[in-house]
Design a protein around this ligand. Structure first.
Ligand code: ADP
Ligand code: MG
Length: 338
């Protein structure tokens, strides 16, 4: 593992055994995130983005299970061990002490819906203080002070009063800010943000993204940003991973991806979004067909039934492989196999 690599995901697989059959939600995903950078994960609904994110933290909902691969985290050097330590998160007990010391402290997660991580029963201050007391060596008074400071930094007015508010007393945008405060108060080295602004209005969306970027620069943390908003990806990400049915179809730096998308799926995704400068009359082209039912995974390339460049006898039969391109780009498509 290279020095600047914070997290390296290798051939990760997650499955849900269900009555209807096995759902292969994450089917051999590999990528890495370098310290301080932002990696975007894009793909239609049902691509396995959220399941993958939960898997990184050993938090896949039952009956889901990690069935293969590794998630290597480069732990920061501490006073005790002098040099960094590499742990495979998939090998840790999901309820054990080690993963609990990593969740929140090294890797924090924020969600589309703040109530996934905020409890209705406690004040936001109480919940932020809990996170602080779990990972930092401070007393209650200091923790409360830190919580107030953090609420102020995420743009909540009168934080010394808001600290005693319950989540239901806050607006959607304010709740999102409170959740971000809770996630960032222990200065994690990686923030996983799963569609963090989807539920918000456009203005609040922009403010929240700006806030995440500001805090990212301050703390120097890496961000794994899951979003279906390619505009946000263009503005914030260094690298992009395009997922479809649990597989990484294309991986590239953000400039190459937008300038020269290789995979027919990426090209279709890019045609389906509004682009700056095209005005209101720009016709969007939705991607043809639907994401297949997860129990009936197409043979060959999973995108072949919807692909405009499908080669009969190849794409619908031959198993896919990932092709390495220049610049560290990869593409998983039979068009690039020769
Ligand atoms: N608890 C579950 N049981 C069975 N299948 C699930 C469960 N959670 C997610 N899945 C399946 O895993 C696949 C990926 O889902 P998800 O990661 O939520 O997609 P995305 O976040 O990209 O929209 C979907 O086919 C979904 O139906
Ligand atoms: Mg999701």
């Amino acid at each position: 593992m290279q020095d600047q690599v914070l997290l390296q995901v290798e051939d990760l697989r997650v499955q849900f055994p269900t009555r209807e059959g096995i759902v292969r939600a994450v089917e051999g995903v590999s990528f890495e995130i370098k310290t301080g950078t932002t990696l975007g994960i894009v793909g239609e609904s049902g691509s396995g983005k959220s399941v993958m994110a939960y898997a990184l933290l050993q938090a896949v909902a039952r009956p889901g299970k990690i069935v293969g691969g590794r998630v290597l985290l480069n732990l920061a050097a501490t006073m005790q061990n002098g040099q960094g330590e590499i742990v495979d998160l998939t090998a840790l007990d999901p309820r054990g002490k080690k993963i609990r010391s990593i969740r929140g402290k090294e890797i924090a997660m924020i969600y589309q819906e703040p109530m996934t991580s905020l409890s209705m029963m406690h004040t936001v201050g109480f919940q932020i203080m809990e996170a602080i007391l779990l990972h930092q060596n401070v007393n209650k008074q200091e923790a409360r002070q830190l919580a107030i400071e953090m609420l102020g930094r995420v743009g909540i007015a009168r934080p010394e009063q808001r600290v005693d508010s319950y989540p239901f007393e806050l607006s959607g945008g304010m709740r999102q800010r409170a959740m971000i405060a809770m996630a960032l108060v222990c200065t994690p080295r990686l923030l996983i943000a799963d569609e963090p602004t989807t539920a918000l209005d456009v203005t609040t969306q922009a403010q929240i993204m700006e806030l995440i970027q500001e805090l990212q620069q301050e703390i120097g943390m890496a961000v794994l940003l899951i979003t279906h908003d390619l505009g946000v990806v263009a503005e914030t990400c260094n690298e992009v991973v395009v997922m479809y049915l649990g597989e990484v179809m294309e991986k590239a730096n953000v400039i190459s991806l937008f300038k020269d998308p290789l995979h027919p799926y990426t090209r279709a995704l890019l045609r389906s979004i509004p682009r700056l400068g095209h005005g209101k009359n720009w016709e969007l082209e939705p991607i043809e067909g639907m994401v297949p039912d997860p129990y009936n995974r197409p043979s060959g390339c999973p995108f072949h039934p919807r692909c405009p460049d499908m080669m009969p006898g190849v794409c619908n039969v031959k198993p896919l492989t990932t092709t390495q391109m220049v610049d560290g780009r990869t593409v998983r498509c039979h068009l690039f196999n020769e």
